[in-house]
Design a protein around this ligand. Structure first.
Ligand code: ZN
Length: 150
């Protein structure tokens, strides 16, 4: 008599997106000059990449009240924003190939949305980063801190 032993394999699906919420950030803008939320913190341990999903909930078109989301080192933010104004809407109000810009979405108007993903491992934990809108004249109002925690 022969005994057959059957192995039983349990396949366990382990989600690779346990921390998905903190790496995938929703930001709203509208017909005024505000980011909601106005400050962001991400975890370097949890997120290799961060995705920003920018949504314009207002109704004004992008040439009147357009917004984008741009990330740079804080010391670079004002220069990148102001020098971007002359680059025009077709360049998202950013100087083409500006190395001060770490990541940016397109300029969007009411009812539109855009996303950008970037690699967090290229940035410093505890570094001083600012996100802002580079639409002409928005920098003074539309900026916030981007904090990278461990
Ligand atoms: Zn704006």
């Amino acid at each position: 008599m022969k005994f057959f032993y059957r192995g039983c394999l349990l396949f366990t699906l382990i989600s690779s997106n346990v921390y998905a919420d903190s790496c995938n950030i929703e930001i709203e803008v509208g017909d005024n000059m505000n980011f909601v939320p106005a400050a962001l913190t991400v975890s370097a341990a949890a997120c290799k990449t961060v995705t920003i999903n920018l949504t314009h909930t207002g109704s004004l078109p992008r040439n009147a009240m357009g917004h984008n989301w741009v990330l740079s080192a804080t010391e670079d933010a004002q220069g990148a924003a102001q020098e971007g104004w002359s680059a025009g809407l077709e360049n998202q109000y950013l100087k083409p190939a500006d190395i001060r810009v770490i990541a940016n979405t397109k300029i969007i108007g009411g009812g539109e949305s855009d996303s950008v993903s970037f690699n967090l491992s290229d940035l410093k934990v505890g570094g001083d980063y600012t996100f802002f809108c580079s639409f002409v004249g928005h920098f003074a109002m539309m900026k916030g801190t981007f904090t990278i925690a461990e």
